[in-house]
Design a protein. Structure first.
Length: 229
């Protein structure tokens, strides 16, 4: 996702610039020598170390496989590399890369998560009630996405939070749990989220909370002198 999404170099709003400029239809295809497996109805239908990764603007990152290693699945040709085929993500039950179960899309080798403890201020209010006011935070840098602050639950008025039924999955952070704020007769759904069992690269934010600035009043001191409210 990182080359083509967000502020990636093939995205619509790149953080930097290329010289000379990249053409609008630029596609980046690269060998991906990791073991990729696909399972359908309990049977392994793809098992290869010869996949390609295809980075294409306005599309999620995709695998392409040698045609000889794919059969009985819906496919489409990869124009940039004859003899290779895409397989729809939902055509199989489970995708694995080097034994890790994947959700939504392949993990990107250019996507990085970097968690740094620091002293950036975070103040969060809901319905006029302060939930967080601390400088004991961790800033999470994630490729092609804005940095975010996470805070230990010890600094949060967790008695005003209730776990919701919402969840989401990130190939770089893991399974997210969401929390709603309940203050008197006001309920704000999914105002925060946490990763209780994050993937290894995101372990520093284990159990910490981050808050949605579109659902709460959030004043966060962000890198580069910025903040969001």
């Amino acid at each position: 996702m990182s080359l083509c999404a967000g502020h990636g170099p093939l995205g619509r709003d790149p953080a930097g610039w290329a010289h000379p400029p990249l053409p609008d239809g630029a596609v980046f295809v690269e060998p991906h020598p990791r073991r990729i497996q696909a399972v359908l109805n309990g049977h392994t239908v793809i098992d290869t170390e010869h996949a390609l990764l295809v980075h294409r603007r306005d599309q999620p990152l995709r695998y392409a496989f040698p045609a000889a290693e794919v059969s009985g699945l819906p496919t489409e040709a990869l124009p940039e590399q004859p003899g290779y085929l895409h397989v729809r993500w939902d055509a199989v039950d489970t995708w694995l890369e080097e034994g890790r179960v994947l959700v939504h899309y392949p993990p990107n080798p250019y996507h990085r998560v970097d968690c740094r403890p620091g002293h950036r201020g975070l103040r969060v209010s809901v319905a006029g009630t302060v939930l967080v006011d601390t400088t004991d935070t961790v800033v999470l840098f994630e490729t092609a996405l804005p940095p975010r602050l996470y805070v230990d639950k010890a600094h949060v008025r967790t008695e005003l939070l209730r776990r919701s039924e919402t969840s989401s999955y990130c190939n770089y952070k893991g399974q997210a749990t969401y929390w709603s704020a309940v203050i008197d007769d006001v309920t704000v759904a999914d105002v925060a989220w946490s990763y209780d069992d994050p993937l290894p690269e995101s372990s520093p934010i284990r159990g910490m909370l981050s808050f949605d600035e579109t659902r709460a009043e959030v004043l966060a001191e962000l890198p580069g002198g910025g903040c969001h409210t």
